[in-house]
Ligand binder design. Structure first.
Ligand SMILES: C[S@@+](CC[C@H](N)C(=O)[O-])C[C@H]1O[C@@H](n2cnc3c(N)ncnc32)[C@H](O)[C@@H]1O
Length: 212
């Protein structure tokens, strides 16, 4: 699952992961993060998710990063915002009002560029990556954000039912990845629905990770 894989998915419009509206578990579970208006939430591997608009509408400042620059541009167009664009080493930053999105590789983002964040919202980011990349992703995310609390949405299904992405990430694996810095609570669980339910059966789970 390298950058070429994702660029091809976007170019061929194979973006079944894109939900046309905010994620149901996001709106149900965000209160667990106890954010105040003006707090900053980081959305890694954000795509062009409608979650970004929804988070801005709740009064939060939103920072995201996404490989596919056209997806980033589309978010600003859809929100009717004209971003200031800054080219940085390997990344391009788009900023307007409460939203700042980086186009480029998550692993190239450094904490001095990201700045302080109050929380992380991970939907279809950890589960987008194969097992061998998930440890590096989790480590980098914790370093970047100084272990900010997370709302993490994962799929849990029998991996023999289909190849990922999205991959199944179990409770035990989340503990292995994050357990040395976070305590982990299950905030909500629903059955997998929508197009993914044609390919596998299992659960979509919202985890709350808070610094230990
Ligand atoms: C499954 S999609 C989820 C997108 C979004 N979170 C959503 O809920 O619609 C995963 C996204 O991660 C992006 N991506 C994958 N690897 C990345 C990386 N190393 N850096 C930045 N974005 C990446 C892909 O381009 C894709 O848009």
């Amino acid at each position: 699952m390298d950058s070429d894989f994702w660029k091809q998915r976007w170019q061929q419009n194979q973006i079944g992961f894109h939900e046309g509206r905010e994620n149901n578990l996001l709106s149900r579970c965000i209160y667990h993060l106890a954010l105040k208006p003006g707090d900053r939430i980081f959305v890694p591997l954000c795509g062009k998710a409608a979650d970004l608009d929804w988070l801005v509408a709740q009064g939060y400042h939103v920072t995201g990063i996404e490989l596919h620059q056209a997806a980033v541009e589309e978010v600003f167009q859809r929100m009717g915002l004209v971003p200031q664009v800054t080219r940085l080493n390997g990344l391009t930053r788009f900023e307007a009002g409460p939203i700042m999105l980086f186009a480029g590789d998550f692993f190239e983002l450094h904490s001095n560029l990201l700045g302080h964040v109050d929380a992380i919202y991970d939907r279809a980011a950890l589960v987008a990556l194969p097992r061998e990349m998930r440890k590096a992703y989790a480590e980098h995310l914790m370093t970047l954000t100084n272990n900010a609390p997370q709302l993490l949405i994962c799929f849990d299904y029998d991996q023999s039912q289909m190849d990922g992405p999205p991959f199944s990430v179990s409770e035990a694996e989340i503990r292995e990845l994050y357990g040395n810095r976070y305590k982990q609570e299950r905030a909500a669980m629903v059955e997998i629905s929508g197009p993914l339910s044609q390919r596998c059966s299992g659960n979509e789970i919202a985890w709350l990770l808070s610094a230990d």
